[in-house]
Design a protein around this ligand. Structure first.
Ligand SMILES: *[C@@H]1O[C@H](CO)[C@@H](O)[C@H](O)[C@H]1NC(C)=O
Length: 286
């Protein structure tokens, strides 16, 4: 009896340890997508952020009273953040929708930016990306999207590991910022970053350098988000998470672009900057 009891006790201890281990695993790298409120909070104008579909999607509003914004509850050190966004349609000139990561550390901040610059009806949306490392930015790059990003949801992701940061539009890498520390170029690796998004008016610079002003008669302006997906090492969290080479985003497949991605990226670099619409070219390379 006594041996049986201690045996089953040992067994349940093993099972408990296993269960604990699994819970731990999933709390670090959890199954997604999540609802908005699981990972995010509104940081600017509650009244302009509306939850839809039981919190699995949101609508951001920009009108003459205010824009709005949200941020992740946690900061993360390495990982991948991804969401589906449907941008402001029609005459969106002067509006900017931003989706970015930021360490929120003033003059030494690290930041990885997507900024979607609206345009007059029928004119191409521009995506501006920027990278700040330890407070130093000035690395803006722009491309015009090869599709209408307001007609449907598209996936925008930032992959961040020890080897590079990659900005993806759907499955197309539009920007790669490599870790070139070996050549003395700083790389973001020590400050955790939060995930942010805002919709606001910036008609002093956004569209054709500020020549095209916002048309308030078309307001309110709406952008939609869904499929919130953050997989990364939350900080605070297990101390050794960020340096764990077994995190999937550090794996061999993510240390550099694969052959298909590299081909798409070459297309972006050489052709994507010029032409719109050019779906035929994208079909050609995939
Ligand atoms: C807006 O459209 C104009 C005209 O096609 C284009 O030159 C510009 O790059 C587009 N984007 C912005 C943000 O001005």
């Amino acid at each position: 009896m006594a041996t049986l009891a201690s045996f089953s006790l040992r067994n349940s201890a093993v099972i408990l340890t296993l269960l604990y281990g699994l819970t731990f695993l999933f709390s670090v790298v959890s199954a997604r997508p999540a609802t908005f409120l699981q990972d995010f909070k509104v940081t600017w104008s509650d009244s302009h952020v509306k939850q839809l579909d039981g919190g699995r999607a949101i609508q951001l509003v920009l009108d003459q009273n205010s824009g709005c914004g949200f941020a992740s509850k946690s900061k993360y050190l390495f990982g991948r953040v991804s969401m589906k966004i449907k941008l402001v349609p029609g005459d969106s000139a002067g509006t900017v929708t931003a989706f970015y990561m930021n360490s929120d550390t003033d003059n030494i901040r690290d930041e990885l930016d997507f900024e979607f610059l609206g345009n007059r009806s029928g004119q191409p949306y521009t995506v501006q990306t920027n990278v700040y490392v330890h407070g130093k930015g000035d690395k803006e790059q722009r491309i015009n999207l090869w599709f209408d990003p307001s007609a449907d949801f598209h996936t925008y992701s930032i992959l961040w590991n020890h080897h590079h940061t990659v900005f993806y539009v759907d499955q197309v890498p539009i920007r790669v910022f490599k870790n070139n520390e070996a050549r003395g170029i700083p790389f973001p690796k020590s400050q955790p970053m939060g995930v942010f998004s805002t919709l606001w008016e910036a008609d002093d610079w956004a569209t054709r350098g500020g020549l095209e002003k916002i048309n308030w008669s078309k307001s309110p302006f709406y952008a939609y988000y869904k499929d919130f997906d953050i997989e990364g090492c939350a900080v605070p969290g297990p101390a050794n998470c960020a340096s764990n080479p077994r995190n999937w985003w550090e794996g061999a497949n993510y240390q550099q672009l694969n052959a298909v991605e590299a081909r798409r990226y070459r297309w972006i670099v050489h052709v994507g900057k010029k032409s719109y619409p050019n779906k035929a070219v994208l079909v050609d390379i995939s």
